[in-house]
Design a protein around this ligand. Structure first.
Ligand code: TMP
Length: 220
C-alpha cells in the first residue's frame, strides 16, 4: 500500500501500445461503477508539468543532453505528485496515471544507457518514494508499434512524431526489453497485459483486473 487511503494505478508500455485509449475506457468504467476515479498522465498532469512536457517532446530540441532529459521528466513528475497525485490519494481517490517512474527507468536509464541507480535515486527524490499499488504494462512487439505510429502519422500529418517517438527501432526495442525486465523483477506490482490483441479484449482484462483489485481494497 502507498500509505494513503486511495489507490495508485499506473499504465506503462511502448509508444503506440494503445494505453491512452485504454486508460480513458477503464476510468469511464470505474466511474460508472461508482468509484471516485481520477485519470492523469506523465509527463504532464499540471500546468507546470505540461510546460515541461512541451520542452521535452519538442522535436526542435534535438540537442537536449541525456541528463537534462532525465531531470526534466523528474521535475515534471515532482510537480505532478505534489500538486495532483498526493492530494487525490489523500482524498481516497483511485488515481489512474498514464506512465510514471518505470518509464524513466525504461526510456532514460536503459534506453539511453544511463546509470539505473542514478535515475532511480533522482526519481525517489522527485516522488518522495511514492510507488504505484499496481502497474499494468501493455506489451506490444516493436514492429507492431512502429506500424501503428506510422499509420497515426499518415492519418494526422500535422501531429507528426514527437522527439522520443522519432528515435529508431533499436532504441524502442531496448525500451520494450527493459519494461519486460522491470516487470519480471516486480511481479507482485506489475502485470503484463498483451496489447497486440483487439482493443476490447485488452480492455476486458484491464478493467476486470482493476475491479478485482479494488474489490479487495477500496470501499465504494
Ligand atoms: P506519452 O506518449 O505516453 O504521452 O509519453 C510521451 C513520451 O515520453 C513517450 O515517448 C514516452 C516518454 N517518456 C519517457 O521517456 N520518460 C518518462 O519518464 C515518461 C513519463 C515518458
Amino acid at each position: 500500500m502507498n500509505g494513503y487511503s486511495g489507490m495508485f494505478i499506473t499504465f506503462e508500455g511502448p509508444d503506440g501500445s494503445g494505453k491512452t485509449t485504454q486508460i480513458a475506457r477503464v476510468a469511464e468504467e470505474l466511474a460508472r461503477q461508482g468509484f471516485p476515479v481520477m485519470a492523469t498522465r506523465e509527463p504532464g498532469g499540471t500546468a507546470i508539468s505540461d510546460k515541461i512536457r512541451s520542452i521535452i517532446l519538442d522535436p526542435e530540441n534535438g540537442e537536449m543532453a541525456d541528463r537534462t532529459e532525465v531531470l526534466l521528466y523528474a521535475a515534471s513528475r515532482a510537480q505532478h505528485v505534489e500538486e495532483k497525485i498526493l492530494p487525490a490519494l489523500r482524498e481516497g481517490r483511485i488515481v489512474l496515471c498514464d506512465r510514471f517512474v518505470d518509464a524513466s527507468m525504461a526510456y532514460q536509464a536503459y534506453g539511453l544507457g544511463l546509470s539505473a541507480e542514478a535515475v532511480a535515486a533522482i526519481n525517489r527524490f522527485a516522488t518522495g518514494g511514492l510507488v504505484p499499488d499496481r502497474t499494468y504494462l501493455i506489451d506490444v512487439p516493436v514492429a507492431v508499434t512502429q506500424e501503428r505510429l506510422a499509420a497515426r502519422a499518415a492519418r494526422h500529418p500535422a501531429l507528426g512524431l514527437d522527439r522520443i517517438e522519432q528515435k529508431d527501432a533499436g532504441y524502442h526495442g531496448r525500451v520494450r526489453e527493459s519494461f519486460q525486465a522491470i516487470a519480471a523483477a516486480e511481479p507482485e506490482r506489475i502485470r503484463i497485459v498483451r496489447g497486440d490483441r483487439p482493443p476490447d479484449e485488452v480492455f476486458a482484462e484491464l478493467s476486470g483486473n482493476c475491479l478485482s483489485l479494488l474489490a479487495k481494497r477500496v470501499k465504494r
